[in-house]
Design a protein around this ligand. Structure first.
Ligand code: KIV
Length: 276
């Protein structure tokens, strides 16, 4: 984004227009330095409410607040010059009514600069998605496993097997009809995700939803091996930064204890002799 242009280079209509084209590359980020890394390679940078677990050590996404999303959203928007930031609406900030959703979505956009929000839910959120999109809030939908509903779903399970498949299809179609510009399919069987992708005119972005989606998203700390509390089957580790960091911190601790750090090159010379 140029300092003189108020318009971001990639906006929701550009993402929607990618349907059926080169796969969309999406990663989460929660800080400026990671957003810069993601920006160099991705189309969308998602400020996911996964930050509750990944950054704040919460047991689920349910404790994430608007203030947390705004703080991390601002940091990410500062680091993402080209990739389009999308910010998650936290649990409790949009389910009550379309008016509540608009109040909080517009606040997220105004206070972070993100040009779009993501919210979880299908048929039951369609009215809210239509309300938001009609009022200038582009919405990325999220169906299948919706982590904010972990307690009603009964765990982080695959959603859409057997007779659940028709419901997931109906959810996806309802969000498209309501005006969502793209949709995340989480932990949906690959064949069903492929059928949804074929039937929808908006891009599908899969996480644990097979290779036929229009794009893929992962939690960046998962794929870098930094967040290791649990490892869903759909996470591929592209690096082991957690292990590398552990080794580096162990080496630092040993050098401090043995007084080999700091060495002369990390210290400042005195200008007058020091009496011992
Ligand atoms: O919160 C998040 O990071 C997400 C992605 C996993 C899709 O919603």
């Amino acid at each position: 984004m140029s300092a003189t242009s108020p318009v971001r280079p990639v906006l929701p209509p550009d993402i929607r227009a990618r349907k059926g084209g080169e796969p969309l590359v999406v990663l989460t980020a929660y800080s400026t330095p990671v957003a810069r890394l993601v920006d160099a390679h991705c189309d969308v940078v998602l400020v996911g409410d996964s930050l509750g677990m990944v950054i704040h050590g919460l047991p689920s996404t349910l404790g994430v607040t608007m203030e947390m999303m705004i703080l991390h959203g601002r940091a990410v928007v500062r680091g993402a010059q080209r990739a389009m930031p999308v910010i998650d609406m936290p649990f409790g900030s949009y389910e009550e009514s379309p008016a509540q959703a608009f109040r909080n979505a517009s606040r997220l956009m105004a206070e972070t600069g993100a040009p779009a929000v993501k919210l979880e839910g299908g048929v039951h959120m369609a009215e809210t998605i239509a309300f938001l999109t009609a009022r200038g809030v582009p919405v990325m939908a999220h169906v299948g496993l919706t982590p904010q509903a972990v307690n009603t779903l009964g765990g982080y399970k695959v959603v859409g097997r057997d007779d659940e498949a028709a419901k997931v299809m109906a959810d996806a179609k309802a969000t498209e009809a309501a005006g969502a510009f793209s949709i995340v399919l989480e932990k949906v069987p690959a064949g069903l995700a492929g059928r949804i992708t074929a039937e929808l005119a908006i891009p599908t972005i899969g996480i644990g939803a097979g290779v036929d989606c229009d794009g893929q998203v992962l939690v960046v700390d998962d794929m870098l091996g930094l967040f290791t509390d649990f490892r869903p089957k759909f996470v591929k580790r592209y690096a082991e930064l957690g292990r590398a960091a552990d080794e580096a911190i162990a080496a630092y601790a040993a050098e401090v204890r043995s007084r080999t750090f700091p060495a002369a090159e990390h210290s400042f010379a005195d200008t007058v002799p020091v009496k011992k």
